[in-house]
Design a protein around this ligand. Structure first.
Ligand SMILES: Cc1cc2nc3c(=O)[nH]c(=O)nc-3n(C[C@H](O)[C@H](O)[C@H](O)COP(=O)(O)OP(=O)(O)OC[C@H]3O[C@@H](n4cnc5c(N)ncnc54)[C@H](O)[C@@H]3O)c2cc1C
Length: 461
């Protein structure tokens, strides 16, 4: 069979791969992209998008309850899981089709196949046996749920992949994990009416986030009836009459209808020839790349979760775009991985950008902390027992706002905009100079007058 020869072969049709393929084609490159499952990748098919749709569904529970304090009489609401999942699936199919159409419009050749590297310039399409010669290869294979050390009964455990396709809403769910996916699914199942137990081996949920955020979200989740068990792990799972029992660190048994592990994700680096062509891995387990996403093998680049840098969709997209501009657009572009704003769609939501208090104290000579916790206005009439938390971390030497952390309704929306100010190196005085928008929750961020605490590093004696 004669080999096709192209400029770029992209392995993986997710956030990073699709963006890179489209932009490279726009620069005039002949591009082929291989996707072994569904176009759109994790974000569209079993990540951000379906997750946020389930979050919206779960939040209606509060709306129905809260309406009473505002004079509404709402008949007892009933929820139908099958309707939600069917509607979610329709939306995902629509989005997938939009991704495919965008690739076609850009002139990218999409192949539905698993791809395997045979050498640094040859890719085998497993579906057809065809071999493609490519001047450049981009690895954008993403990551996969990691269920941790195998335990007895692990075959009964689901990951987030399966959670999107459950046949019925489980009455009782145990989620193991303390990262953002674990707390988001805890909020989803809790809002939809399941009894939720969250088991986390560490000291507190959301490791790596600001400590005040972690404590505030923990308290809010418990207030909503989620049971959080820390410093324990699931050591065994047994199936029992259609349900399951989970042993927690050998000293407690929890009976549930579904067990989900959200214990991390592992970059997809094996089984498609990377080792054979000599692509080096970093200590994080991801593909080792430089600032331009180039691997240790010339002409092979890697972007997105497979590089295990900042594992978020907008970052994968930015990396894919920068790669295409660098290699095919004549415009070498590095991606700035600092001050990436991010949200956790827990209930309540978390929005965060920049340094945590602990990081600032470790890096800066002087740190000022401004923070507030208040009852959101809506909760006054609804009577809901909840508080919003906001914190600014300020460099005490330059007055620059180096971190912002919010727990409360719409925190993700707020922090997207605060991210602009942080990226522009706005100072606390700049925040103070902005007129408040009243009555909003965000106005608290421009009216924080009192320092909660100041830290100053003592000069070494
Ligand atoms: C439950 C969940 C919720 C999330 N929520 C958010 C969120 O709210 N916000 C956010 O920013 N990020 C979120 N993320 C993370 C986000 O989805 C990822 O960071 C993003 O999808 C990474 O894009 P990628 O291109 O690196 O990989 P992916 O999108 O995973 O794409 C990789 C693609 O490569 C394909 N593939 C793999 N190997 C091969 C092969 N050999 N041949 C052919 N195809 C192959 C896979 O099938 C996949 O489609 C979430 C993730 C999960 C799991």
């Amino acid at each position: 069979m004669t080999q096709q020869s192209i400029d770029l072969f992209v392995i993986g049709g997710g956030s990073g791969g699709v963006r890179a393929a489209r932009i490279a084609a726009g620069h005039g490159a002949r591009v082929m992209i291989a996707e072994e499952y569904r176009v759109g990748g994790t974000c569209v098919i079993r990540g951000c998008v379906p997750k946020k749709l389930l979050v919206y569904a779960a939040r209606f529970a509060d709306e129905f309850e809260d309406a009473a304090g505002f004079g509404w009489t709402v008949p007892k609401p009933a929820f139908d899981w099958a309707t939600l999942i069917a509607n979610k699936d329709l939306e995902i199919a629509r989005l997938e089709a939009a991704y495919v159409a965008a690739l076609e419009r850009a002139g990218v050749n999409l192949v539905r196949s698993r791809a395997r590297l045979e050498d640094a310039h040859t890719v085998l399409l497993e579906a057809t046996g065809e071999r493609i010669r490519a001047r450049h290869v981009l690895v954008a294979t993403g990551a996969w749920p990691d269920l941790g050390h195998p335990i007895a009964g692990i075959e009964h455990v689901i990951s987030s992949n399966e959670a999107f396709h459950l046949e019925a809403l489980p009455k009782r769910v145990l989620i193991q994990g303390g990262g953002y996916i674990a707390v988001e699914f805890a909020g989803i199942f809790n809002g939809l009416g399941s009894e939720v137990t969250l088991v986390y081996r560490g000291e507190d949920i959301l490791r790596g986030f600001d400590d005040d955020v972690r404590a505030h979200l923990h308290a809010e989740m418990e207030r909503r009836g989620i049971r959080i068990v820390t410093r324990k792990t699931v050591t065994a799972v047994h199936a029992k009459h259609g349900a399951f029992s989970a042993s927690l660190s050998h000293d407690e048994i929890v009976e549930v209808d579904k067990i989900m592990f959200a214990t991390g994700r592992r970059p997809r680096v094996s089984g498609f020839g990377l080792e054979a062509v000599g692509v080096e891995l970093a200590s994080s387990g991801g593909i080792k790349v430089d600032g331009y996403s180039q691997t240790s093998v010339p002409h092979i680049h890697a972007v997105g979760d497979v590089t295990n840098r900042v594992n978020l969709t907008p970052v994968a997209i930015r990396e894919g775009h920068a790669f295409a501009d660098t290699v095919f657009g004549g415009k070498p572009t590095r991606v700035d991985h600092t001050d990436v704003p991010t949200a956790v769609f827990s209930e309540p939501e978390v929005g965060t950008v920049g340094l945590t208090q602990a990081q600032a104290c470790a890096r800066l000579a002087k740190v000022d902390i401004y923070k507030t916790s208040f009852r959101p206005m809506k909760a006054t009439l609804s009577g809901r027992d909840t508080r919003t938390f906001m914190k600014l971390v300020v460099d005490g030497t330059t007055d620059r706002v180096v971190g912002c952390h919010i727990v409360g309704a719409d925190a993700g929306e707020m922090v997207q905009l605060v991210g602009i100010a942080v990226k522009m190196k706005a100072t606390k005085a700049d925040f103070d100079a902005v007129m408040a928008v009243h009555p909003t929750a965000t106005e608290e961020l421009v009216t924080l007058r009192q320092k909660a605490v100041s830290y100053e590093r003592q000069a070494a004696e």
